[in-house]
Design a protein around this ligand. Structure first.
Ligand SMILES: [Zn+2]
Ligand SMILES: [Zn+2]
Length: 74
């Protein structure tokens, strides 16, 4: 079993404008920035950028889950 992989995040690494696919989510972010000058969303906690509101939503869920996890282990 692989640790460190969070299956909770359904981030699609595909550009919604031109349907180009990427291996890393960061590559998609850069692509949207450079090619489409698309409006990016930011996590207000850590500043991470997202292409879609649903991606940011899932990221926030992950951060919440991590915080809860942290508390449980203390
Ligand atoms: Zn594109
Ligand atoms: Zn964050």
């Amino acid at each position: 079993m692989k640790l460190g992989y969070f299956s909770l995040s359904p981030k699609k690494k595909e550009c919604s404008e031109c349907h180009e696919k990427f291996h890393e989510y960061e590559d998609l972010i850069n692509h949207v920035k450079m090619k489409h000058h698309g409006p990016l969303l930011r996590c207000h906690n850590c500043g991470q950028e997202f292409v879609k509101e649903s991606d940011r939503y899932h990221h926030l869920q992950e951060e919440k889950a991590k915080k809860l996890d942290f508390r449980r282990h203390r």
